[in-house]
Design a protein around this ligand. Structure first.
Ligand SMILES: Cc1cc2nc3c(=O)[nH]c(=O)nc-3n(C[C@H](O)[C@H](O)[C@H](O)COP(=O)(O)OP(=O)(O)OC[C@H]3O[C@@H](n4cnc5c(N)ncnc54)[C@H](O)[C@@H]3O)c2cc1C
Length: 417
């Protein structure tokens, strides 16, 4: 069942982080309640998208009492807008990340991302979650001008022990029937239905006792021992820890300098005949800025997105939609002329990124009881999974030096000035 505005009613202008409808199924029902009186728990999670749901699952799995608060039905904001290409390749190439962070650290970060996709797949299989999860190759195309140095990227990956086979233009055309100056073909990626995944994970957490509350957090307070959430309907939650998983709607007191919000546009076709889809159901993206991204679905749809703009205003985003969708269609018809492209869903959304392409995960500076999980960028869902594991460990008092790689107050990468 597609999800659209009717599922949550109109959003306040500054909160309208997506418009239009996407093709995802809603997954299992998750019961949410209103709090009748103020209460306390070990961990309160603000946000029930994929990030909050994975955090709630990890924490209930560790035996914690958990309350998840969201002013919307679970998963219906950015998670419902996601194209859900579960890539381990970051928005910042390994070669670029090596230039700013040094090769060893860049390789370590890439391997962390690779392992997160692998672990997410194992987690979904172990819990029998039916969300269209499937392993897929990823195809990173050279842009049409062929300017990106894919050979240097492939060399860096080989040195790091990561997958990546350089395809010449001829090899790309033979195997995928796509015309570009070249590509890197990699294993280890996957796809899923993001809304169904998020709701299935939240349902599992609820079954283990997580309470899902439909309300809005209107203020946060904290001391050395606890954090306090004030809810719009008048109740309060006191929690040992609070996880902020509010997606691209960050509370005002969190304003990391390396983060920015932009806009992106997507469409999904009606199911195409199988022979009209490209080989191997590869996840396709390109070495261009902004880049085009595209995948297929088990139902035979083509989903494509991109045309990103550095704007955050929802009105502007909506106004630009017809033109942006036309441009995406023109790009896709050129890349893959074999499909029909009967557009059944079109949507636009806010999209958060960081200057180094890494997520923001960890303690909120100056607020010892608040932790944040902002899995930004094209690897948002991969990072949500990583965040859920890191934060559950932090709450249990476990620290690892590498957690600092994602610290919210880390410095911008040197090359970004
Ligand atoms: C168009 C698009 C395409 C994408 N494609 C990919 C992709 O291919 N692969 C990938 O890995 N990632 C992708 N991403 C990124 C990924 O989808 C996101 O990182 C991820 O969905 C974010 O999930 P979240 O749970 O953090 O946020 P959301 O799903 O936005 O959830 C946050 C929740 O917090 C709630 N909330 C916020 N403030 C409050 C408050 N004060 N009180 C109560 N509730 C509150 C909101 O109502 C919302 O439900 C894409 C994103 C977009 C928009």
């Amino acid at each position: 069942m597609p999800i659209d505005e009717a599922d949550h009613g109109p959003l306040p202008a500054q909160r309208e982080l997506r418009s239009g409808s996407s093709p995802w199924s809603v997954g299992p029902p998750v019961r949410s309640v209103s709090l009748k009186k103020s209460t306390r728990c070990e961990v309160a999670v603000v946000g029930s998208g994929i990030t909050g749901s994975l955090c709630a699952e990890a924490l209930t799995g560790a035996g914690k009492s958990v309350i998840v608060v969201d002013r919307l039905p679970p998963g219906t904001l950015s998670t419902a807008a996601s194209t859900s290409m579960l890539l381990w390749e970051l928005d910042t190439s390994l070669a670029e990340l090596s230039a700013s962070h040094g090769f060893d650290k860049a390789a370590r970060l890439y391997k962390r991302s690779f392992a997160a996709v692998e672990e997410l797949g194992k987690f979904i299989a172990a819990n029998g979650i039916e969300c269209g999860f499937a392993a897929r190759p990823s195809l990173y195309l050279a842009d049409e001008g062929g300017t990106a140095d894919l050979a240097a990227e492939e060399t860096a990956r080989r040195r790091a022990g990561l997958p990546g086979e350089l395809l010449s233009a001829a090899a790309l055309e033979r195997r995928f029937r796509m015309r570009r100056p070249g590509a890197i073909l990699s294993s280890g990626a996957a796809e899923a239905d993001p809304l169904c995944l998020a709701r299935s994970v939240l349902a599992a957490a609820a079954e283990r006792g997580a309470l899902v509350v439909r309300d809005e957090v209107i203020s946060y307070a904290w001391d050395a021992h606890a954090a306090h959430l004030e809810l719009a309907e008048g109740r309060e939650i006191e929690a040992g820890h609070v996880i902020l998983a509010t997606g691209y709607d960050m509370p005002d007191f969190l304003d990391p300098p390396i983060h920015r919000v932009q806009s992106t546009w997507c469409f999904a076709t009606a199911p195409e005949r199988t022979e009209r889809l490209w080989p191997e159901h590869a996840l396709v993206w390109e070495a261009a800025d902004p880049y085009l991204y595209a995948r297929t679905t088990p139902a035979g749809r083509i989903i494509a997105g991109g045309e990103d703009e550095p704007i955050a205003d929802a009105g502007q985003r909506r106004e630009m939609s017809p033109e942006k969708i036309e441009r995406l269609l023109a790009k896709m018809r050129k890349l893959w002329p074999e499909a029909d492209y009967a557009v059944e869903h079109a949507w636009s959304a806010a999209f958060g990124t960081t200057e180094d392409g890494l997520p923001l995960i960890g303690r909120v500076p100056g607020a010892p009881r608040l932790l944040a999980a902002y899995g930004y960028g094209g690897n948002g869902i991969t990072f949500s999974f990583l965040a859920s594991r890191i934060l559950a460990a932090m709450i249990d008092g476990e620290g690892r030096a590498w957690f600092d790689d994602f610290a919210i107050d880390r410095d911008p990468p040197p090359s970004a000035g």
